[in-house]
Design a protein around this ligand. Sequence first.
Ligand code: GCV
Length: 712
Amino acid sequence: MQIALKERDFMKTNLGRSNMNTINIRRHPDSGYDAWLAFAGIDKDGTIYSHTLPESIYTFGRDPLLDTARDELKCALKLLTGKMPKVVDSPAKSGSILLEILAGPVRTDSFVPEEEWNKLGSEGYIIKYCNTASGKNLLITAKTGAGVLYGVYALLRLVQCGTLTQDIYLLENPVTGLRMLNHWDNLDGKIERGYAGSSIFFEDNKFIMDLSRIRDYARLMASIGLNAVVMNNVNVHKTETNLITSAFLPKVAKVAEIFRKYGIKTFLSINYCSTMEIGKLDTADPLDEGVKSWWANKAKEIFETIPDFGGFLVKADSEFRPGPFTYGRNHAEGANMLAAALEPFGGLVIWRCFVYNCTQDWRDRVTDRANAAYDNFMPLDGLFADNVLLQIKSGPMDFQVREPVSPLLGGLKKTNFVLEFQITQEYTGQQRHLCYLAPLWKDVFDFDTYRDGAGSTIASLLSGAAASGRLSGITAVANIGNDMNWTGHDLAQANFYCYGRLAWNPGLSSEEIAKEWVIQTFGCNPHLLDTITGMLLESHHIYESYTSPLGIGWMVNPNQHYGPNVDGYEYSAWGTYHRADHEGLGVDRTVAAGTGYAGRYNKPVSELYENPKTCPEELLLFFHRVLYKQKLKSGKTLIQHIYDSHFEGTGKAEQLVIKWSGMKDLLPPQTFERVLNRLAEQAKHSKEWCDVVNSYFYRKSGIPDNKGRQIY
Ligand code: GCV
């Protein structure tokens, strides 16, 4: 089966309609719906690869996920090669792909020696060619059906990226056991911070009838190694509180059934006060016996309906959500009560650490929101039950374009944790601006916390937890909705994709993930590959340079968080201040003279941040108050840096339009137009950012731009 289809073959294919019984991948070739699973074939003009693939598939073992893996492989190969592979009942001849679940390295005909098998985790896989008595076959082996499924998607990726060779040997395990997506979807269909249409789960306070879109979503998730989903918003309002009642549980079970076929566990966000809102109790005190037994019964009911239910995600005592503080109890007492209810069934409690004072007085310079998660949870380290994981946002504030890594991640030693990212671009351009987030997330994974000495990067804390049998995980707020192309901005699909790839393997580079995504989404024409990859890689820096400077964050319009408003949050209660005056700006978070936040890090990181000379410049204003006339490492003054970076950023945003326009003939027409429109909006809007921010600081400082450019 020779792979050498034309680059634009996918333009000519029929529209497919997904239904629940068959995997029918395409809906509309130019809609963005197929995302990176279009299997459009290899670009002939820019051929980088040609490989003869086995023409039949043989499976060994029994598991529903093995069936999913086989069907996915069949379907994808048909699309890639134009030829439907045969499913055979023995690998009699050479030229088969063997998909096998190997429960133990005991079979005499096993192609996987014991020492190799021992290296496989429960979701890992091996891909290699093996010589059987009958000839050469391509093998995907795993200990579970999930492992085989991930191996199949990996194989398809290799094929498309041109990296499947005759001597291929790939043994992969995910870095952590829980690789999750959080949806902030409400039952009325609206998505909090959603920028790609409405919910794919809910509408009009009901579950959506047509579940095929959820199935297609599960495919996208599994293809990048994700294995858990929370379908409802962490802000659990009145109607959503009922998701754990008999009115909704059977429907949750239906959705869970779809996800299960792709190895994905279903979780729900719950209302901490459910005992009062739906349970008719007059308290939610976690130490109250009535509360404990209500939750124990509730857990039993849920697991009777959904036997592999994942557990609860809880936002408590945060942004006006109820929690244990009302009863004078702490977070450990709250979480452990729920954990005890779920424990008999293997359920988890994922407890969010996004807890801070959102009714702060802006005049108060002592209270610092950045300290809040650390100060609330560090004293509780070691007090949480084994089936509790603390969910910690990657930074101490709230998914800004730049902030330091949360010190809580490198502080906790005896508590399980889940690292939380945000794919939905709340503060990074709301999917109207291009902002590829892999470089930002890589910085988080690579950050050395020094928790256990040098080399205690966030990635190694996650893998270390997994190796020692502790629970750990990575989650992110999803960026998808019911827009045909899932993410509004077609290029924002790259963020969904790179999140999954990094949650599986944080060691991948931003560039290699971008390239994989471009090839699988648009084909491998070299010009297109280089240009789109380049655009993705520079996009975070571009966005950062025309928005808030040097780590200070915010400066957005209140509530909706789109667009420049330098003082939008300056005199508010949310704890997010830049403290600009006529001399300078920035928050002093030093131990010596500021809020003490820098001291929450382990040494030597705390010392690095404490000193403005060693503090990384991109975070300078987060940690220090700096005068406009002060020189930066570049030799420029702070004010000149602000002017220059904003002018440069908006100039580069204009370049993005030009770069994209140059690919008109290489891209499907509607995709081309959709992205062009977004890039044009970005360019225009970046100018708004540039002019508002530069004018603000010019007016505050009275210092003109030394290049004499127009500032208002
Ligand atoms: C779901 C920020 C967002 C809120 C979000 C909250 C959270 O404050 O603006 O919309 O609420 O984070 O993560 O809980």
